[in-house]
Design a protein around this ligand. Sequence first.
Ligand SMILES: *[C@@H]1O[C@H](CO)[C@@H](O)[C@H](O)[C@H]1NC(C)=O
Ligand SMILES: *[C@@H]1O[C@H](CO)[C@@H](O)[C@H](O)[C@H]1NC(C)=O
Ligand SMILES: *[C@@H]1O[C@H](CO)[C@@H](O)[C@H](O)[C@H]1NC(C)=O
Length: 447
Amino acid sequence: MLTLATLVFFASHAAARYTADWTSLDSRPLPTWYDEAKVGIFVHWGVFSVPAFESEWFWWRWQGQQPPEQICVDYMKKNYPPDFTYPDFAPGFHAQFFNPGDWADIFKASGAKYVVLTAKHHEGFTNWGSPFSWNWNSVDTGPHRDLVGELGEAVRNRSLHYGLYNSLYEWFNPLYLIDKKNGFKSQQYVTNKLLPELFNMVVRYKPELIWSDGDWEAPDSYWNSTQFLAWLYNDSPVKDTIVTNDRWGAGCYCKHGGYYNCEDKYTPGQLPKHKWEKCQSVDKQSWGYRRNMKTSELMDLPTIIKDLVETVALGGNYLLNVGPTPDGMIPVVFEERLRGIGAWLDVNGEAIYGSKPWRIQRENASLPVWYTSKGKSVYAFITAKPSKPLVELLEPKTSTATKVTILGNTNPLSWAPVRPNGGLVVLLPELPQSPSQVWTIKLDGVQ
Ligand SMILES: *[C@@H]1O[C@H](CO)[C@@H](O)[C@H](O)[C@H]1NC(C)=O
Ligand SMILES: *[C@@H]1O[C@H](CO)[C@@H](O)[C@H](O)[C@H]1NC(C)=O
Ligand SMILES: *[C@@H]1O[C@H](CO)[C@@H](O)[C@H](O)[C@H]1NC(C)=O
C-alpha cells in the first residue's frame, strides 16, 4: 500500500513539472487572479522620460536606426552640446517628487487590479539596483532609489497585483551587439546579463506578472526563454501566481506563452480562443512621457471606456498606460483620466470584474451593444446615448422571470418582448450622469 501511495505521489508530482518546451509550458493553466482582474495600469518610466521627446524610442530614433529620424537629430543639435550622449540624460532622472503611495492611490482609484512597471526598457536602464547593470540603474545614478521595490510595496499595500515589464534586448548593450553580429549563434549577453538579471529580479521582487518584450530580433532558443519559463513555473518563488505574456522570441507572440498580447494595441475582430490582453496608451503617440504632448493626441474618457468594454466583452484584459515625468509625477491629465475610469467602474464594475464573454459579444440593433456575463446575469453595454428613451436588444431570450435594471439605479425597468422567441425593448429611465457615455443594462432571467 505504502509503495503504491508513494508511486502515485511521485507520479503526480512529476506530471506537475513543466519541461523547457512550448508544448509543456503552454499547457500551464493561467493563474485565476489574472482573468478576474480585467483592468491594469501600465507605467513606462525610465531615462527616456528625461528627453521626453518623440517617444520612449528616442535613443534609437536618434542614434540607432539608419537613417536616424531627422527631428530627433535636429532636436539634439539645437538644444544640447555636440558631445552630449544619451547616458548624460540619466542624472536628469531625479524623481524628486516620486511618492509611490500617491501613485498607488491613483491606480487604486482607477479601479485597476494590477500595475505593470517598466523594470527595464530597451535602453537597458534598470529601475532597480541590478548587480548586472553597473552604473546604468536607478540606484547608482539618477534617482538613487529602488523604484521597482518602492512602487511594488505601495501597490501591494493597496491589494493590487504587481507586474514587471522587462525588455529582453537592449539596443546598445555591447554583449548583445556581439551576439547579434554572430547571427545569435553566441549567447554572451543572455548568459552574462539577461538571465542572471531576470533570476535576480524575480527572486528579489516576486512579481506576479512578467510582461516580456523586445524579443523579435532573435528566436526563443537564443533568449533561453523556455528554460527560464520552466524555472519560473517549477521552482521560482512565484511559481503558483506568476502570469506571463507571449513575447519570448521571434514568431512567438500570439502563439506561445501565458496570455497573448500579440502586437501592441491588438484588437481582435471576434472572440479569441486564448486569454489575451490589450495594451493601450492614453497618449496615442507614445508610451513614455512627452513634454510636448497635446490634448488632441490623448484618448478621451468615453473612448477609453468603450475600448475597455469591447476588450472585456471579447475576453481580454485591458492594460492602460501612463508615462510619468522624470521628476516622478503622473501628469494630472492622465490622473484625471484614471479617476474617470474609476468613477465609471464604481458603478459598472459588476459587469467587468470576474465577468466572462457571453455567447454573443456584440450586436447592432438600435445602437452598438456589447455583452458580458457573470453567473446568471447578462450585461449589455450601450456605448452611445440613445436618441429615444428606448433601446432594443435582439439577442437575449426573455421569459416571464426576466428582470431588467440599469447599473447605478436599482429600480426595475419596464420592457417588452420583441419577438416570441427573443429580443426585448427596454424603456430607459433618465440616464444616470456619465461623462463616459457608456451605460450598462443588467438582465436577469434571460438566456
Ligand atoms: C498598508 O500599510 C499600512 C501602514 O503600514 C498597514 O497598516 C496596512 O495593513 C497595509 N495594508 C495592506 C493591504 O497591506
Ligand atoms: C540556455 O540554453 C542552453 C541550451 O540552449 C543550455 O545549455 C543552458 O544551460 C541554458 N541556460 C540556462 C541558464 O538555462
Ligand atoms: C456592427 O457594426 C459594425 C460597424 O458598422 C460592424 O463592423 C460589425 O460587423 C457589426 N456587427 C454585427 C454583429 O452586426
